[in-house]
Design a binder for this molecule. Structure first.
Ligand SMILES: [Zn+2]
Ligand SMILES: [Zn+2]
Length: 586
């Protein structure tokens, strides 16, 4: 989670402002120091050297645990002080019933059970006298960021989203915003700490079904448990698709502005630092996805220029976002103005899927920062289906989980939704706005990005395959007229001529560049075919390789069982023979 805002240095007579996010607010004291005062003479925590990347893992974990313990302790104190106000507010929503707020005895209990309490949002039970159970869902500021008003804005939107989904019959918890009136009337008796942000939601029985991202070990298959969950998810998406919201705007839901509709559409919330530093922090709502994505990209480009985002990888991050900008500008689908919108989960990791002991889906959770958008985006693949840590070269355009979802929609006679998953790759890669990591090749992989926009990308955009030095040179050449890029380059002391020379004189460059031009000279269909042929050949080669290893092991075991050692040369001959049968691709 990342959020940018301006904060004044905490030194009394200093008027410097500094742009903060969860990393630049001190994790120990939650204070903000300007660059000048962020030294040990003024800020004692500096001696702990918290952001030192060379610190040993165990030691860092120990410090992190101490910090979390302290934060949970503070939160518990605040909740304890507000206990009666919270109970009073909950009871006012269920007249005639009494309830009890069940807080853990100490912060250690939360730390020991983080999985059940939650991390960013922490949950505590509220038990009513008739057996009804609610939770209070407390929004944690992460080291003091985002500010409480922003937290409240996101909490209200989440409640409206949950209420809306619930009215469609979706399996999500019912939710309520604490309404202040009664507490304010009796302000004399009830104290409520205004620095905590929370809302009430229904308790859902069951447990997280934990469907981790696909990995190098798991990307080939879907087991029965996951298949069933994906199909249950698909069933709910079909239900959601029957409930378009009549609107011409893309953004996050807010309470109705008093017209006929039950909800209105407000600014687009974001978890990834895609927010303005000044208020209003969140941009939108928008008339089209093109307007929305271009605005978001411009915010990020400005963060990078200002040095508040991607400060270690600024040039590549800037180029990545300029590429996204060009792809968005040239994509007709994104330019379409909307007439109806659908709710989209903002962070659909596998742990949002809640289920019973048999693994049947009973609820979909964590609708924080959800938004409404076009049908094409809303029904594109969820994160838990499309994300994979397996390398680009080993995978088809769609993951095994996406194929399960596509197949389910086809069988359910919903080819329109199957089409959204098939054609929805662009939305997956647009999620990298504000999240460029040079090392995170699964999200920021130029070739995968090109595949996602294959149908609409400009013909002249033919980048190298990987985001390495030649990619940087290619992209700088393409966008060299951009004045902000020029500033960034000169600030970094990066010289195009010099870098170009280095790339051209590097080993194997000619071969690499020949492959690149050859690849881009193929038609779209030929590229797709070549890609899937390569994937198949690669898999075949790996299977054969595994067989060879297995064979070798078996032979060794046989040899030791019979006690006689075969001459080494013979073993080698067998191996050489089988390796000559291997596929030529690798
Ligand atoms: Zn500090
Ligand atoms: Zn200062």
């Amino acid at each position: 989670m990342s959020f940018f805002t301006d904060a004044k240095c905490c030194i009394a007579d200093c008027n410097n402002f500094t742009v903060t996010n969860s990393k630049s607010v001190c994790r120990l004291c939650e204070d903000v120091y300007c660059q000048e005062h962020n030294v040990q003479a003024y800020h004692d925590c500096v001696r702990f050297d918290l952001l030192n990347p060379t610190r040993k893992h165990a030691e860092q974990q120990q410090i992190d645990r101490q910090i979390r313990l302290r934060q949970y302790g503070l939160l518990l104190e605040k909740l304890e002080r507000s206990r009666f106000a919270i109970i009073n507010l909950a009871e006012s929503l269920r007249p005639g019933h009494h309830c009890n707020l069940v807080l853990p005895p100490d912060s250690q209990t939360i730390l020991d059970n983080e999985r059940s309490y939650g991390a960013i949002n922490i949950h505590f039970p509220l038990e009513f006298d008739d057996g009804v159970k609610w939770l209070i869902r407390v929004r944690q500021a992460h080291h003091g960021v985002p500010p409480i008003e922003v937290l409240k804005q996101t909490a209200i939107s989440e409640v409206v989203t949950l209420q809306t989904l619930r009215s469609f019959g979706m399996p999500v918890p019912q939710a309520w915003i604490p309404i202040k009136t009664r507490v304010e009337e009796e302000a004399g008796d009830l104290f409520e700490d205004t620095s905590i942000c929370y809302f009430f939601c229904e308790f859902m029985a069951g447990k997280s079904q934990l469907m981790p991202h696909l990995t190098l070990q798991t990307y080939r298959d879907v087991d029965d448990h996951d298949r069933r969950l994906i199909e249950d998810y698909g069933r709910n998406q079909i239900l959601l698709s029957n409930h378009p919201i009549k609107s011409t705007l893309i953004g996050s839901l807010v309470p109705s502005d008093g017209h006929n509709d039950s909800v209105s559409i407000g600014p687009l919330l974001s978890l990834w630092g895609v927010n303005n530093i000044e208020t209003p922090h969140f941009p939108g709502p928008f008339k089209s996805n093109q307007q929305r994505y271009l605005t978001q990209i411009d915010i990020v480009l400005s963060h990078i220029s200002q040095g508040v985002m991607n400060d270690h990888d600024a040039l590549k991050a800037y180029l990545w976002h300029l590429t996204l900008k060009e792809l968005v500008e040239t994509c007709p689908e994104l330019a379409e103005e909307v007439t109806e919108v659908y709710v989209r989960h903002a962070d659909a990791k596998g742990d949002i899927l809640w289920g019973d002991d048999e693994g049947k889906l009973t609820a979909i959770l964590d609708w924080e920062m959800a938004f409404v958008t076009t049908k094409a985006e809303a029904f594109s693949s969820p994160l838990f289906c499309d994300h994979t840590n397996a390398p680009y070269e080993r995978q088809d355009l769609h993951t095994v989980r996406e194929k399960v979802l596509i197949d389910f929609y086809e069988r359910s006679n919903r080819p329109d939704l199957a089409h959204c998953v098939r054609k929805g790759k662009k939305y997956q890669y647009l999620e990298s706005i504000g999240r460029f990591h040079g090392w995170y090749v699964m999200i920021c992989m130029p070739m995968a990005l090109m595949d996602a926009f294959e149908d609409t990308k400009p013909e002249s955009l033919q980048p190298p395959f990987y985001a390495d030095k030649d990619w940087t040179v290619y992209m700088v050449e393409r966008y060299i007229d951009n004045p902000e890029l020029q500033k960034l380059i000169s600030k970094a002391g990066w010289d195009l001529e010099e870098e170009r020379k280095k790339v051209i004189s590097s080993r194997g460059w000619e071969e690499k560049d020949r492959k690149r031009s050859e690849w881009w000279s193929l038609s779209v269909e030929d590229r797709r075919r070549r890609k899937s042929e390569d994937v198949v050949a690669r898999e075949k080669a790996m299977v054969e390789n595994r067989l060879r290893i297995e064979l070798k092991k078996q032979k060794k075991m046989e040899e030791s069982a019979t006690g006689e050692e075969r001459p080494k040369s013979k073993t080698r001959r067998i191996l050489l023979h089988s390796s000559s049968n291997r596929s030529t691709v690798e």
